[in-house]
Write a protein that binds this ligand. Structure first.
Ligand code: GLC
Length: 531
């Protein structure tokens, strides 16, 4: 049984905002906090009740805000602290909770702590980071190349698990942990309702582990010290902990663990991605997505924890591209996938643009990309592969695919700004934009809005039981049950599919607008039924 607190978390419908690309209120080409405020009603109508905003703190933007140079101040391109307070106020007024990103594994090398650290080996800040006279191992950065950078003035190396400009913080140092606790407390005092914890499974290091920097020996202790404090008991926390086995995911999110409310897990979103090189497209079947969903439904139900339900975020490609198939329309695909996932048990997340079925863009030059990981991949491969092959790979899985500004309409700048944005607009602007979707008979936004409305109104979808009915290459059928209430959710993976509906006869939702249960289902038809 979920406890009272976790039941509340299970009722969140979370929308992720990548602030630089959401809405530009002052026409400088960058989205901002005031822009977010102007779209809160749009989110309210989508039946969202929480937003997670990617970092908007002071930053040189080498990794687009995940390189923070002052945790307690707002990057001027996003606005002011007053704008932030106003955003919290306006969101709360509409019943929308606000979750911010806590990037605590590393900070920008422009942060005062790092600047002091490299000035003087005897400064207390030197021990805020991992400096070594010799490289202790040959760990690689997640953004390619060595994870150690030499500082000539100190004659030492420092650890950066990501970009050279993102130095890992030394969590063994008590003062560092206190600094991070203070940052958390500061945002809670200012009204924040939760934290998305960036690469949290990397904060404790084991330098003897040749495989890299995850799940170190003091990880659980550090997380508890940070979050298991009485005044944070209503605060929602979601970890980004990719390198997790079943046991170790449970060890973060078990209700008796006092660590995290939930944590992202990659099995579902990695379907169709080549597991040696994410920039290469892999093979998949729709039933592979369902198998992973079913597996984690069972685990999270047996172990009584909250799973995360998501297809997209700012680090991934667009799911309407990832899971596209030539014989299914974009509407059918996106609504079919949404029905399959978002009636399940767990906390739903959707990423900006997903609610209108955004696709990847199609660019022909490296100059159209901004992301540091993408550019480093290009540098690493430019002498090995044909230019066209590299660009094809980037168009498939560069993180920039999800980072292009939202197209609110088809005007020159997509209704996002009145000048060229910081990164090129989505090449699909005229085909896929909010205005067009809302006017369409097949509005994806409206379909999502119904899903979240159903979740908001029926506890059976949020805290009810999950039961698998059928799962094979032609369909996925599951039940959600609570007391006397039962719903049957059917996703068809094939055309001309005759499906048993087990006596459920009332249509609650159908992406093919069926008025009656059809004798045959089409590929990616999705239907929610009641008795
Ligand atoms: C996380 C973020 C990603 C960032 C990285 C380093 O994976 O989601 O965008 O680049 O951490 O902070």
């Amino acid at each position: 049984m979920l406890n009272e607190q976790y039941e509340k978390f299970a009722k969140l419908n979370i929308y992720q905002i990548y602030p630089r690309s959401f809405m530009d209120s002052n026409n400088d080409g960058n989205g901002d906090l005031v822009g977010i405020i102007s779209k809160l009603d749009y989110l309210k109508e989508l039946n969202i009740n929480a937003i997670w905003i990617s970092p908007f703190f002071s930053s040189p933007m080498v990794d687009n805000g995940y390189d923070i140079s002052d945790y307690l101040d707002i990057n001027p391109i996003f606005g002011t602290f007053d704008d932030f307070k106003k955003l919290i106020f306006e969101a709360h007024k509409r019943g929308i909770k606000v979750i911010v990103d806590l990037v605590a594994n590393h900070c920008s090398t422009k942060h005062r702590w790092f600047q002091e650290a490299i000035k003087d080996k005897n400064s207390k800040y030197h021990d805020y980071f991992y400096f070594f006279d010799e490289k202790p191992n040959d760990w690689q950065s997640c953004f390619y190349g060595s994870a150690y950078e030499f500082v000539p003035s100190l004659n030492q190396y420092y650890l950066h698990s990501f970009a050279v400009e993102q130095a890992d913080l030394n969590w063994e140092n008590e003062e560092v942990r206190k600094e991070i606790r203070d940052i958390v407390d500061f945002y809670v005092e200012n009204g924040v309702d939760g934290f998305r914890c960036d690469v949290l499974d990397m904060i404790s290091k084991n330098f003897n582990n040749p495989d890299g920097n995850h799940n170190g020996p003091r990880l659980h202790e550090f997380i508890r010290e940070l979050f298991d404090r009485p005044h944070l008991k209503n605060i929602f926390t979601v970890g980004e902990c990719w390198c997790t086995t079943v046991e170790n995911l449970v060890s973060f999110v078990g209700q008796d663990r006092h660590e995290l409310s939930t944590s992202f897990q990659g099995d579902v979103v990695n379907v169709g991605i080549n597991n040696c090189d994410k920039f290469i497209k892999g093979e998949f079947k729709y039933s592979d997505i369902a198998k992973n969903l079913d597996k984690w439904q069972k685990i999270s139900q047996n172990e009584d924890f909250l799973y995360t339900l998501f297809y997209e975020n700012h680090d991934r490609l667009r799911s309407a591209t990832q899971f596209a198939s030539a014989d299914v329309s974009r509407y059918q695909l996106v609504t079919g996938l949404a029905t399959m996932m978002y009636f399940l048990r767990g906390v739903p997340f959707i990423y900006q643009g997903q609610e209108i079925g955004s696709l990847n863009s199609n660019f022909s030059s490296i100059l159209d990309f901004d992301d540091i990981e993408t550019k480093n991949y290009y540098k690493d491969h430019v002498n090995l592969l044909d230019e066209s092959e590299i660009i094809k790979r980037l168009n498939w899985n560069s993180r920039d695919n999800a980072r292009r500004p939202i197209c609110w309409d088809d005007s020159t700048y997509g209704g996002f700004s009145n000048r060229d944005p910081w990164i090129k607009l989505d090449t699909n602007k005229d085909l896929i934009n909010v205005k067009k979707d809302l006017l369409s008979e097949n509005s994806i936004y409206k379909y999502y809005s119904k899903i979240f409305d159903l979740r908001n109104k029926n506890e059976v979808f949020t805290i009810g039981e999950y039961e698998l009915v059928e799962l094979n290459d032609s369909s996925y059928i599951y039940k959600r049950k609570r007391g006397n209430e039962e719903f049957l959710i059917i996703i068809s993976f094939a055309d001309h599919n005759k499906i048993n509906t087990y006596g459920f006869n009332q249509i609650v939702l159908s992406n093919s607008k069926y008025k009656e249960i059809p004798s045959e289902f089409k590929k990616l038809d999705a239907i929610v039924l009641k008795k």
